[in-house]
Design a protein around this ligand. Structure first.
Ligand SMILES: Nc1ncnc2c1ncn2[C@@H]1O[C@H](COP(=O)(O)OP(=O)(O)O)[C@@H](O)[C@H]1O
Ligand SMILES: O=P(O)(O)OC[C@H]1O[C@](O)(COP(=O)(O)O)[C@@H](O)[C@@H]1O
Length: 309
């Protein structure tokens, strides 16, 4: 079974504002509210691709209730720990200034609630996959992901981590199956700004040297590179299409990669499925559907290793 953990889920308030002006009253041209948070998005796209998962995490208040209501209505299996105080965050996404977003801090999570999450993860076993994705609320100890991976050592559970900064750096020594920084996050780890796929490759390899088995670096419309566990490097541009909403594109890429890997145990196929799912979400209002992913998969160039193993 695949389990996703979203410590800090959200309602994403996605608005477009024509001629956005700082310091002025701006009015929305369109607005949508979608449940979000990285692990939940991964679960939703997996579900769209026909793969079951259980979505775990913390939720609170009326926003938390709405996040859970909407995701369950979509057919997701959730097992969230409901916090006694606070509210899950509302994250503002400014569509017309692509990439501009304001993500909340999230509610306070207590020791008892963290213990409860650890207990749920205690039952993961041989062959399971665990996805730890997104930021953690400020109240959660910074080493939470590390502690989880430490406890899973030796249990043959494949782990996937989509996080940034120290949260990512400190888990590498537990040999996660997959990490997926975008090029900004990858660059920030090494104090560089990789501007092309070629420039990103050496830094993806550095994350492998530090312990990650597969490093998938997403680069928005530029596509992605994969430094794979077999030593091969894959690199491809994104398929062409009209950008509609990039929120959740990275999470969709993680889901596509996992779906591809689960199906064929083949890095080239998993990489192409990741690209197709990421772009399919970027080209639609909501997260990618199976039909959209399949249609784009056909447009992805054959991904023979850029550099073979
Ligand atoms: N403008 C775009 N055009 C085509 N594909 C895109 C675009 N933005 C994102 N994607 C696809 O989604 C993947 C993940 O997007 P990215 O923005 O890099 O992730 P994140 O949301 O984590 O920052 C990309 O590698 C690409 O395949
Ligand atoms: O936990 P973080 O890093 O604040 O990110 C949460 C946000 O990321 C998202 O999961 C989207 O992520 P991606 O665009 O990277 O796929 C949103 O749904 C959510 O608002």
């Amino acid at each position: 079974m695949i389990y996703t953990v979203t410590c800090n889920p959200s309602l994403d308030y996605i608005v477009s504002v024509d001629n956005f002006r700082l310091g002025m009253t701006n009015r929305t041209g369109s607005e949508r509210i979608l449940p979000g948070g990285k692990g939940l998005n991964v679960s939703m796209v997996l579900r769209n691709l026909g793969i079951e998962s259980v979505a775990l995490g913390f939720a609170a208040g009326f926003t938390g209730e709405e996040i859970i209501r909407r995701t369950e209505e979509e057919g997701l299996h959730t097992d969230f720990i409901f916090l006694k105080e606070g509210i899950s965050r509302i994250n503002l996404k400014l569509k017309s200034v692509d990439g501009t977003e304001i993500n909340g801090r999230g509610p306070d999570v207590g020791k008892e609630e963290i213990r409860c999450l650890m207990e749920k993860l205690h039952y993961l076993t041989d062959g399971d996959i665990l996805v730890l994705a997104g930021s953690i609320p400020c109240s959660v100890p910074e080493d939470l992901y590390e502690r989880i991976l430490e406890r899973l050592e030796g249990r043959n559970v494949k782990t996937v981590v989509d996080a940034e900064g120290k949260l990512l750096l400190h888990i590498l020594r537990y040999h996660p199956f997959l990490v997926k920084p975008n090029h900004h996050e990858l660059g920030a780890l090494f104090g560089v700004k990789p501007g092309s796929r070629e420039e990103a490759i050496p830094y993806a390899e550095k994350l492998r040297e530090l312990g990650a088995l597969n490093v998938l670096v997403s680069m928005g419309g530029e596509g992605a590179v994969l430094a794979a566990a077999d030593g091969g490097i894959y690199s491809a541009s994104a398929p062409e299409g009209k950008l509609v909403n990039s929120v959740g594109a990275g999470d969709s890429m993680v889901a596509g990669f996992l779906a591809g890997w689960t199906e064929k145990r083949d890095y080239e196929y998993a990489f192409s499925m990741g690209l197709a799912a990421g772009s399919a979400s970027a080209f639609s209002e909501s997260l990618a559907t199976r039909e959209e992913v399949e249609a784009l998969y056909g447009k992805i160039p054959c991904n023979r290793p850029y550099r073979p193993a």
